[in-house]
Design a protein around this ligand. Structure first.
Ligand code: GDP
Length: 423
C-alpha cells in the first residue's frame, strides 16, 4: 500500500467559539476515536449529572497524552478516506500564540472558528492575520453554532461577508467558509439537512481539498548545529535537518564562520550494530550527527549548508514582528534573538511601521505594543546566517526574548539589504 499522506492543521479562533467541540466532532464523525471512548465519556457525564460536552473527549485524550498512556505522545490524529491529519496544538492552550510564532505549531493549513451568535471578534481577526504572517495560506473558516441562530442563511452570509472583507484587506482569500454546528454535527463530516441553502463542502471536504506542502526535502540543505560531541578522537556535529538532503561526501559550508569540510560519515542513534548499516543519505526532519574529514572548529548555532547554496550572511535585516511582550518593543533597545539553534544580541535600529492587527490601522511610532505587528530593522553585533522567510519558512523566522520571556516572533525579509557574503 502507498504511504498515507499527513497534513498538519491548527484550529484557531476566539475562546468559546467552539474549537474543542469541533475537534471532538472531527474525531467522532470521521470514525477516528479509539473504541469505546465516546461511550465512556457519555456515561461519565450521565453518572455525574452533567450535560455531555464534545470538549470532554478532547480533554480526556489530552490527559492520556500528558500521562503517556497513548503511545503517540506527540500528536493526535484523525483520518479521512483521503489522508491523515494531525492537530498540532490544543485549542485554548495558553501558550497558543507563542507556539504559533515560535514555530512549535507550524502547520500546513488552518481552520478558523467563528461563533455565529457573536460574529467576528478581535481574536478572529488577530488569528487570521497571524496565520497570514506566518505563511499559512490554506484557511477554512467554520461559522459555528448555526443551530443557535436557527440555521439562518442571512446570519451566515453577513458574517461571511464581514470576515472575507477583513481577510481580503490583508491579502488572504479563505479557501472555504462553511456554516456548521459542531455540537449537532452539521457540515462537519456529513452534509447538513438543516442548511439546504449551502452548497459548498463540509469541513472535512474542505480539508481534503487542501494541498500537501511542497516537501522541504527538495529545498536547499539547512542543518543548524545543535550540539558538538567529542568521542575519542571524533567530533560529532548533531542536530535536526530542517530542509534538503545530506549525503556522505558532500562539501558543507558552515555559516557564519565560512569554514568548509566534507561529510565523512552520518551517525544515527541508536548506533547500528553493523557499521555498514550507517546511512549514506538523510533528509529534512531527521535528527542526526555527522563527522567531517577535517577537524574544524564548529560551534552550536552555526548553520551547515552545501557550499553551492548557503544562507544569507548579514548583520542587519528587516522583519515583520508580532509582539507579545508585556513591555512594548522600543527603538534602540537590545534584545536576545534566538534563530535556529543560535543566539545573538540585536538592537532595534528602526521601527518603520506599526500595525494593529484587529482594525489594520497603522501608525509610525517608536514603540510596538503587545498584539501589534511592527515592521522593524534589527542589527546584530556579529554576523548572522539566515534565510528570507519566503525562501525558507523554517529558517527564515526568529524569536526575541525580553528578560526570560518570549516577547515576540518574526519573519525575515532582506528587502533593501544586501547579502554581505556576496559583497
Ligand atoms: P473553545 O473555547 O473554542 O474550545 O469552545 P468549546 O468547544 O469549549 O465550546 C464553548 C461552548 O460552546 C460550549 O459550551 C459548547 O457546548 C458550545 N458549543 C460549541 N459548539 C456549538 C454548536 O455548534 N452549537 C451550540 N449551540 N453550542 C456550541
Amino acid at each position: 500500500a502507498a504511504a498515507r499522506q499527513l497534513l498538519r492543521i491548527v484550529i484557531v479562533g476566539h475562546v468559546d467559539h467552539g474549537k474543542s467541540t469541533l475537534v471532538g466532532r472531527l474525531f467522532h464523525d470521521t470514525g477516528s476515536l479509539p473504541d469505546g471512548k465516546f461511550e465512556a465519556i457519555r456515561k461519565m457525564c450521565e453518572r455525574r449529572g452533567m450535560p455531555f460536552e464534545w470538549a470532554f473527549l478532547m480533554d480526556a485524550m489530552q490527559a492520556e497524552r500528558d500521562q503517556g498512556i497513548t503511545i503517540d505522545t506527540a500528536q493526535i490524529w484523525f483520518k479521512t478516506e483521503k489522508r491523515d491529519y494531525t492537530i498540532i496544538d490544543a485549542p485554548g492552550h495558553k501558550e497558543f500564540l507563542k507556539n504559533m510564532i515560535t514555530g512549535a505549531a507550524q502547520s500546513d493549513a488552518a481552520v478558523l472558528v467563528i461563533d455565529a451568535t457573536e460574529g467576528v471578534q478581535e481574536q478572529s481577526r488577530r488569528h487570521g492575520y497571524l496565520l497570514h504572517l506566518l505563511g499559512v495560506r490554506q484557511i477554512a473558516v467554520a461559522v459555528n453554532k448555526m443551530d443557535a441562530v436557527g440555521y439562518r442563511e442571512d446570519v451566515f452570509t453577513k458574517i461571511e461577508a464581514e470576515y472575507r472583507d477583513y481577510l481580503a484587506s490583508i491579502g488572504v482569500t479563505p479557501t472555504f467558509v462553511v456554516p456548521v454546528s459542531a455540537r449537532e454535527g452539521d457540515n462537519i463530516a456529513t452534509r447538513s439537512q438543516a442548511m439546504e441553502w449551502y452548497d459548498g463542502p463540509t469541513v472535512v471536504g474542505a480539508l481534503d481539498s487542501f494541498q500537501l506542502p511542497a516537501t522541504s526535502v527538495d529545498r536547499p540543505l539547512r542543518f543548524p548545529i545543535q550540539d558538538v560531541y567529542k568521542f575519542d578522537d571524533r567530533r560529532i556535529l548533531a542536530g535536526r535537518i530542517e530542509s534538503g538532503r545530506l549525503h556522505v561526501g558532500d562539501e558543507l559550508m558552515f555559516s557564519p564562520s565560512n569554514n568548509t569540510a566534507r561529510v565523512k560519515s552520518i551517525e544515527v542513534w541508536p548506533e547500528p550494530s553493523d557499521s555498514d548499516a550507517r546511512p549514506n543519505t538523510v533528509g529534512a526532519g531527521q535528527c542526526i550527527g555527522i563527522t567531517l574529514d577535517d577537524q574544524l572548529f564548529v560551534e552550536r548555532g552555526e548553520m551547515a549548508s552545501h557550499t553551492t547554496n548557503p544562507p544569507v550572511e548579514t548583520e542587519v535585516f528587516r522583519a515583520k514582528l508580532f509582539w507579545l511582550g508585556r513591555k512594548p518593543l522600543e527603538k534602540g533597545k537590545i534584545y536576545k534573538m534566538k534563530i535556529g539553534t543560535g543566539e545573538a544580541q540585536v538592537t532595534v535600529q528602526e521601527i518603520e511601521h506599526v500595525l494593529d492587527t484587529t482594525d489594520l490601522s497603522s501608525s509610525t511610532t517608536s514603540k510596538v505594543e503587545r498584539n501589534q505587528v511592527g515592521e522593524v530593522v534589527l542589527r546584530s553585533r556579529r554576523m548572522l546566517a539566515l534565510d528570507e522567510h519566503t525562501r525558507n519558512g523554517r529558517t527564515g523566522r526568529f524569536v526575541l526574548i525580553d528578560g526570560y520571556d518570549i516577547a515576540g516572533g518574526g519573519i525575515i525579509s532582506m528587502e533593501g539589504y544586501a547579502d554581505q557574503r556576496q559583497l
